[in-house]
Design a binder for this molecule. Structure first.
Ligand SMILES: [Zn+2]
Length: 172
């Protein structure tokens, strides 16, 4: 079972899935889904659309240059069937796929290391900028003690003024 790549996004096309388009010059294009086919016929460039594998590899978001990719390359040299060679290749395929997945994980971790640092730095900067907005709990209590008597005075004054007005009205 040969797994082929999508002509637009680069995802694996499993047999019996997706669609195949044969151009007038007998060049074949496989598509993993309808979305890719539509974009291809609208003549969109996969290097500019952000969700394709080519874009991700070009912008350094996925592993692009690696020795494991050389095993997947298509060769046009016909090879005579040899049972032992097939056994060896099947064994090698498993090992290569394991190595590939490990390398991809490592690449992802390395990529995300710098991002975590950036996130931490951004948060620290935010805290430094807005540190004036944050009042420590000890200061807050002192402020309340200072503010409360002033407020009480205001309230008392207001009440007194209201009483005075009432008294004046009664006298009249
Ligand atoms: Zn696709």
């Amino acid at each position: 079972m040969r797994l082929l790549q999508c002509a637009f996004c680069g995802a694996t096309c499993y047999p019996g899935r997706g669609s195949l388009y044969v151009r007038n010059d007998s060049k074949m294009f496989r598509f993993c889904k309808k979305k890719c086919k539509k974009h291809f016929f609208m003549k969109h460039n996969p290097q500019r659309t952000k969700w394709t594998k080519t874009f991700r590899q070009q912008s350094g978001k996925e592993l692009a240059m690696d020795t494991t990719f050389e095993f997947e390359k298509r060769r046009n040299q016909p090879i005579r069937y040899n049972r032992e060679q097939v056994k060896k290749t099947i064994k090698a395929m498993k090992i290569v796929s394991e190595i590939k997945s490990k390398r991809q994980d490592r690449f992802y971790d390395q990529r995300m290391k710098s991002k975590k640092k950036l996130q931490v730095n951004n948060k620290l900067r935010e805290i430094q900028q807005g540190i004036n907005l944050v009042i420590p709990p000890i200061l807050r209590k002192e402020d309340q003690q200072i503010i409360l008597p002033e407020k009480e005075k205001e309230i008392q004054d207001n009440i007194e003024s209201v009483f005075e007005k009432k008294q004046k009205k009664e006298k009249n």
